[in-house]
Write a protein of this length. Structure first.
Length: 353
């Protein structure tokens, strides 16, 4: 078992990484909340795999459980699903003394977390992430949101979970495509802050990966916890976690949510931006080639046909925009990064094509 604290100004919560944790959640609940009534929010796929097991352990601890289920996929991160969840929470008579658990990938965490942030103006919630993306990134830090057609995560909140419980064994049922997807965020963490992680990923491959989940999750969550503690509301340092996301979110939006997944978008974004910053002398020679080799090692794309002109309307909605300026996350060499503000009018040259 490994525990990583996220020390925030008002409260600290912990990220617990432990194999087999799912079936022991009931015993942990009372450390986090006095709630006797819990709504578990999952997509249909995750509910079918793990919903009953979570319900069993919670029920054994004397908790009344209601399971709220929505269709899987990025398209569910939308206002219609959110409203449906509000009605279900109301029908279940969830009150402020109760608790929500989001059981699933980043979509469950972002959508269910935003429901928790806003229903009755805030219900405590616990994240139980079940994908690589969610275990290494989205369950930590309190960014909860839904998408609009205009762009990713455009309506949301900063709302921290009361706890994050990670069971790496749940990744055993995750399809290969979503393992690959998660590697986009894992490689991001290595490139912005952890050269040792980059070197280990270069030595491992898709076949050997499964024996390293605990150390990968711990490495990424350690970085995320420190960054979020230093800048919870994304006004400065936290923006480094957005490496590859300006272009990545634009790719997701331009092709229609669900065509390119989030991890693929991030991979394409890191690859395209780094090619441009290397050409501009902001990144050391050879870094793009090294990055692309690693992305391809884990089955990720490095480019899409979309032109800068096509992506620009989405880039204008990037949350790192301030007036007519936008902040780029630039990696001078693997393991380090810096924030570089540029004029929006210059953005096209960093998007490429
Ligand atoms: N809030 C944040 O900080 C943050 C960080 C990164 C990504 N995100 C968001 O996360 C989302 C992507 O997350 P995701 O890739 O986890 O998507 P997801 O939640 O849609 O999960 C991907 C698929 O895997 C299935 N699945 C989940 N766990 C499984 C398991 N253990 N076994 C079998 N199948 C399983 C789901 O049913 C779904 O079909 C995007 O919307 C992205 O914007 C948010
Ligand atoms: O937690 C953060 O901060 C991140 O930027 C993590 C990202 O991986 C994640 O995709 C996040 O949801 C992006 O946030 P946004 O503010 O660009 O919508
Ligand atoms: Zn991301």
């Amino acid at each position: 078992m490994k525990e990583i604290n996220v020390p925030l100004e008002k409260e600290t919560y912990s990220i617990r990484i432990e194999r087999g944790l799912l079936d022991r959640c009931g015993a942990l609940v009372s450390n986090v909340t006095a709630a006797r009534h819990i709504a578990v929010i999952s997509d249909a796929q995750v509910d079918a795999l793990y919903g009953q097991r979570l319900e069993n352990t919670l029920t054994a601890a004397g908790i009344h459980v209601v399971r709220l289920v929505f269709p899987q996929g990025e398209k569910s991160k939308c206002v219609d699903r959110l409203v449906q969840l509000y009605e279900q929470l109301a029908a279940a008579e969830i009150t402020r003394d109760d608790c929500i658990i989001t059981l699933g990938g980043g979509v469950s965490g972002d959508l269910g977390g935003f429901a928790a942030a806003t229903f009755l103006r805030g219900i405590p919630f616990i994240q139980i992430p079940t994908t690589v993306i969610a275990q290494v990134d989205s369950s930590v830090g309190g960014k909860v949101a839904i998408d609009l057609r205009s762009g990713k995560n455009l309506v949301g909140s900063f709302y921290q979970p009361s706890a994050v419980w990670i069971d790496p064994d749940l990744l055993q049922t995750l399809p290969q495509a979503f393992i690959r997807d998660g590697m986009g965020e894992v490689i991001k963490y290595g490139y912005i802050r952890d050269i040792r992680l980059v070197e280990r990923l270069e030595a491992w491959n898709e076949t050997t990966l499964s024996s390293h989940w605990e150390e990968i999750i711990a490495a990424c969550c350690t970085i995320k916890a420190a960054v979020v503690a230093a800048d919870t509301r994304d006004t400065g340092e936290r923006q480094i976690l957005n490496f590859g996301h300006t272009i990545g979110h634009a790719v997701e939006g331009f092709y229609g949510f669900g065509t390119y997944t989030h991890g693929q978008g991030v991979a394409i974004g890191m690859s395209r931006l780094t090619a441009r910053t290397e050409a501009a002398g902001m990144t050391e020679a050879g870094v793009t080639k090294r990055l692309r080799r690693l992305l391809q090692r884990y089955g990720l794309p490095i480019d899409v046909p979309a032109s800068a002109e096509e992506l620009l309307p989405f880039i204008k909605h990037d949350k790192k925009r301030r007036g007519q300026m936008i902040t780029l996350v630039v990696v001078p060499r693997p393991g380090t990064c810096r924030l570089v503000p540029i004029a929006l009018s210059e953005a096209a040259q960093y998007i490429g094509k």
